[in-house]
Design a protein around this ligand. Structure first.
Ligand SMILES: O=C(O)CCC(=O)C(=O)O
Ligand SMILES: [Mn+2]
Length: 243
């Protein structure tokens, strides 16, 4: 039996603070699914090996000339790319000229299930940005706005070392909440929350049995693919994603 305000055994075993919900609504259209990917985390991490062999992690350069501290690569039909010329989704890896590695079925399945649990059934991402954070690495507050179509949500999966996720509002100046994300946690935001500013605080040092000394984030998105006439987006939009 549990009384209001008293931690249940489930809360204690799940590491939840008393009174905390799972799923937890962060804002209208934004949901934190604690542990949603935990059971499949080892499989997800193993699936990264052939992807990162074919399309290696790299530190992209922002239009402003900064080298990003987060190492990135992609899988799926299109990959997010940052270069001096701007941000874009590209069907090819600019480093190899080849198509990005195929999105594993386990990734698609997880993203669709998480989106549905967050209130967005029928999500079929065509892009997965894979972020690797070493200790001290961070991602500054930004919006995901290069997708061209904002009707689909963002599904963001945390693997390995814990991180503090910064989840703000629709204005850059909105003070972000600080949310501890652990291995297997998933955040989904779409609809009225789709353009929420978010980021990651500097990663604390540690060692995870699957990922070692780093955190991996899988960000699933549905990007409108460029036509022959559309070029990269310009850096004038104030989107800064750097250390
Ligand atoms: O690592 C995270 O949790 C967030 C990543 C992110 O916001 C991005 O890649 O755009
Ligand atoms: Mn983002």
């Amino acid at each position: 039996m549990s009384r209001p305000g008293t931690a249940t055994m489930g809360d204690l075993l799940g590491g939840l603070e008393p009174g905390r919900q799972n799923p937890e609504t962060l804002a209208e259209g934004a949901t934190l699914l604690r542990g949603f990917a935990a059971a499949g985390a080892a499989e997800l991490v193993a699936a990264l090996e052939p992807i990162t062999e074919a399309a290696r992690f790299r530190h992209m350069v922002t239009p402003g000339g900064y080298t990003m501290s987060v190492a990135m690569t992609n899988c799926g039909d299109a990959g997010w790319v940052s270069e001096r010329s701007g941000y874009r989704y590209d069907v090819h890896d600019p480093e190899t000229g080849r198509a990005w590695p195929e999105m594993p079925a386990a990734f698609l399945d997880l993203a669709a299930r998480a989106a549905a649990a967050g209130g967005f059934p029928g999500f079929v991402p065509n892009s997965c940005l894979i972020n690797r954070y070493a200790p001290k690495t961070r991602l500054s507050l930004h919006q995901d706005r290069d997708e061209g179509d904002f009707s689909a949500p963002i599904v963001s999966v945390s693997l390995g070392l814990p991180a503090v996720f910064l989840f703000g509002g629709l204005k850059r100046s909105d003070r972000p909440r600080r949310i501890r994300l652990e291995n297997g946690d998933v955040v989904v935001w779409g609809g009225p929350a789709r353009m929420t500013y978010h980021g990651v605080a500097p990663l604390a040092d540690g060692c995870d049995p699957f990922t070692g000394n780093c955190r991996i984030n899988l960000t699933f998105r549905k990007a409108r693919l460029a036509t022959a006439s559309s070029g990269p987006s310009t850096p004038s939009r104030g989107f800064v994603k750097q250390s």
